[in-house]
Write a protein that binds this ligand. Structure first.
Ligand code: HEC
Length: 143
């Protein structure tokens, strides 16, 4: 009888230990879930954005013309002698008028003019200007 009690006691102790171990593991897992996973998702976020900025091509039609449409064509619309920046003409005007410099995009007349505060300071956001620069960097394609 005494032996049986010891066994029961020992089994009890073992179960307790196992339970403690399990609880500890749960805590450990929870800690991982709470701290490590969000960090990982941040890491992935950064990678994804980075990838996008590296590999996504800037398109004339989707990224450049909309900027001209919103901010430039009130004046650059073909009615005056100014470079015509409306959808049908902008590309030819920019290329034939040498307004873009593919080797040194920042030296493009188009970019220098905008950076000098044309048509007024803050007319385009830094993001928009960078998009134009990127379009030129990528070869100023009719895309
Ligand atoms: C309020 C009218 C107006 C708006 C809006 C305007 N421009 Fe102009 N732009 C002019 C005038 C006037 C000139 C000629 C005088 C000068 O060079 O500043 C000019 C000149 C330019 C030139 C130089 C042309 C050359 O032959 O040297 C470029 C490039 C240009 N604009 C680009 C743009 C772009 C890009 C936008 C939109 C972000 C824009 N402009 C918005 C009136 C405007």
């Amino acid at each position: 009888m005494k032996g049986l009690k010891t066994i029961k006691k020992k089994t009890g102790m073992l179960t307790n230990r196992l339970l403690k171990l399990c609880t500890f593991q749960y805590l450990y897992l929870t800690a991982i879930l709470i701290f490590v996973l969000p960090l990982q998702s941040c890491y992935y976020d950064v990678i994804v954005t980075d990838d996008q900025s590296q590999s996504t091509e800037v398109s004339l039609k989707n990224n450049v013309l909309p900027i001209f449409n919103t901010t430039c064509i009130t004046c650059h619309n073909g009615v005056t002698a100014l470079p015509n920046l409306t959808a049908g003409s902008a590309y030819n005007e920019l290329i034939s008028g040498n307004y873009v410099n593919i080797t040194t995009p920042e030296n493009s007349i188009l970019i220098k003019k905008i950076r000098s505060g044309h048509p007024y300071e803050g007319a385009l956001t830094e993001t928009e200007i960078n998009r134009l620069v990127r379009w030129i960097e990528e070869g100023a394609l009719d895309n």
